[in-house]
Design a protein around this ligand. Structure first.
Ligand code: GRF
Length: 202
């Protein structure tokens, strides 16, 4: 049975593209039934449209403006987005460069497995600047490797949860930050496709 995926993205969407390509060439038996973005200019929207996948921009700001405080606004947004996602009956929700921390309201509303991608090893450099942080550690303390992980999202923890796939990326003597980032992204595409394929394989 073909797995149903909903992908949430905030930026370029190159990981979304990796999923689209893997489906196209038969490495992933799945269908991306919808893409949601939280940034109007996210290039992930163009990638979705090019692939014929319905996409929708759902911004957080109106929910924050309407709520009595930030927590309530975020919870309302998360519940609303989760409801829209759930209406597509996904087997897996993929956070592919989704730069928004969910409250528990999202996970309480979505019954599908939620998968996140993090450009660092388990337990290392949580947050939005993992590659910068690894590069800084390389320059200051000689960190010789970083990595990539794909994990389940069970709660509000940031870049934390049961690990589905992880692998190291060596930081080479002749690396620049850009060359390191390129290898991290290449590995992300591979591990994400592999982890999602395993989840949707009966
Ligand atoms: C990836 O490095 C992902 O791990 C991080 O944000 C980046 C998103 O890239 N959370 P893209 O939008 O998939 O190109």
């Amino acid at each position: 049975m073909t797995g149903r995926l909903v992908v949430l993205a905030s930026g370029s969407g190159s990981n979304l593209q990796a999923l689209v390509d893997a489906i196209d060439d038969g490495r992933l038996d799945a269908e991306i039934v919808a893409v949601y973005v939280n940034r109007r200019s996210a290039y992930a929207r163009d990638r979705a449209e090019a692939a014929g996948i319905p996409q929708e921009f759902v911004p957080l700001r109106p929910y924050l403006e309407a709520a009595e405080n930030e927590r309530v606004g975020r919870e309302t947004y998360d519940r609303e987005l989760a409801t829209r996602v759930s209406n597509h009956h996904p087997d897996v929700v993929v956070l592919a460069g989704w730069m928004h921390l969910f409250t528990a309201a999202f996970l309480q509303t979505v019954s599908a497995k939620v998968v996140n991608l993090h450009p660092a090893l388990p337990g290392e450099f949580p947050g939005a600047n993992a590659i910068d942080d690894a590069w800084a550690a390389h320059e200051t303390t000689g960190l010789a490797r970083t990595g990539v992980m794909v994990h389940l999202v069970p709660d509000e923890g940031v870049d934390d949860g049961p690990v589905l796939r992880s692998a190291e990326v060596p930081i080479l003597a002749n690396d620049t930050r850009a060359s390191l980032e390129e290898r991290i992204h290449a590995l992300e595409y591979e591990l994400l496709v592999d982890a999602v394929a395993a989840l949707v394989t009966p």
